[in-house]
Design a protein around this ligand. Structure first.
Ligand code: GLP
Length: 250
């Protein structure tokens, strides 16, 4: 695991966008795994800037998003479909048929999940997966549990996740309790993973990740320690209260 500590959110966003750009330069038809949340917004803005300056071309790129709220349609402006269109896809030259996001209103959710994993495989797997991290160590929407689910699946969100996401809704009561998420296999079979960590509220999660007492589904991000190509880009405000970096780079 490579730990890259950056000075601020701007640097985090540029570093992340540079990694995406180099992957696409090396492989114009790269397959990307994409996150939502507040952390990657700056990276998406950087990528849009690169596109406008003709320094990146998404025409052959394929994307798979990590997750979507259950029961939320494409038109719902709180959905991750809407988020991705507004914050990224509508500003770049990606082919709409190359965009994949779990369908939160699929009639048959199980079938939808199987088809999603199948499509990732058919596309040759994910070249670069970008992740954020939840306060409780969730990746995608793989919540702490006593077992990790391998395939894309419908999941119950942890209470702290429902609370954390309430800021995007009219409050806790409207914050979704279920989501469809890529499972551990989709994440771990990606050839390269980049985890973005921003904000003081992530200090506890970063501490737990970097101290890596054990790999356990109780802290899903711990599985990143058993992947051989992971870069963690951390804004230093998320680690300011402790100094583990030199001790734990591997
Ligand atoms: C949601 C998303 C995750 C994301 C997390 C952190 O739970 N499903 O993929 O990593 O939020 O979001 P933020 O970047 O806003 O802290």
């Amino acid at each position: 695991m490579i730990i890259n500590v950056v000075r601020n959110y701007c640097e985090l966003s540029k570093t992340a966008a540079d990694v995406v750009q180099s992957v696409i330069i090396n492989k114009p038809n790269a397959v990307l795994g994409l996150p939502t949340g507040s952390t990657p917004i700056g990276m998406y803005n950087e990528l849009i800037r690169m596109y406008r300056e003709r320094n990146i071309d998404f025409s052959e790129v394929t994307t798979f998003n990590l997750d979507e709220y259950y029961g939320m349609s494409y038109e719902n402006e709180k959905s991750y479909h809407y988020y991705m269109q507004r914050n990224f896809f509508s500003h770049i030259n990606i082919n709409p048929s190359n965009i994949n996001i779990p369908n939160g209103i699929a009639k048959d959710i199980e079938k939808e999940c199987i088809a999603y994993d199948m499509k990732i495989k058919e596309c040759g797997g994910i070249d670069l997966l970008i992740l954020g991290i939840g306060h409780n160590g969730h990746i995608g929407f793989n919540e702490p549990s006593n077992e990790m689910i391998m395939n894309t699946h419908l999941t119950n969100l942890a209470e702290e996740t429902v609370m954390a996401n309430a800021r995007f809704f009219k409050g806790h009561d409207e914050s979704p309790e279920k989501a469809i998420t890529m499972g551990l296999e989709g994440i771990m079979s990606s050839r390269q993973i980049m985890l973005l960590v921003n904000g003081k509220d992530k200090t506890a999660a970063v501490r737990r990740l970097l101290t890596r007492d054990k790999v356990s589904p109780e802290f899903p991000a711990s599985f990143l320690h058993v992947h051989n190509n992971v870069m963690v880009v951390i804004n230093e405000d998320a680690i300011e209260e402790f100094n583990l970096i030199h001790k734990h780079i591997s």
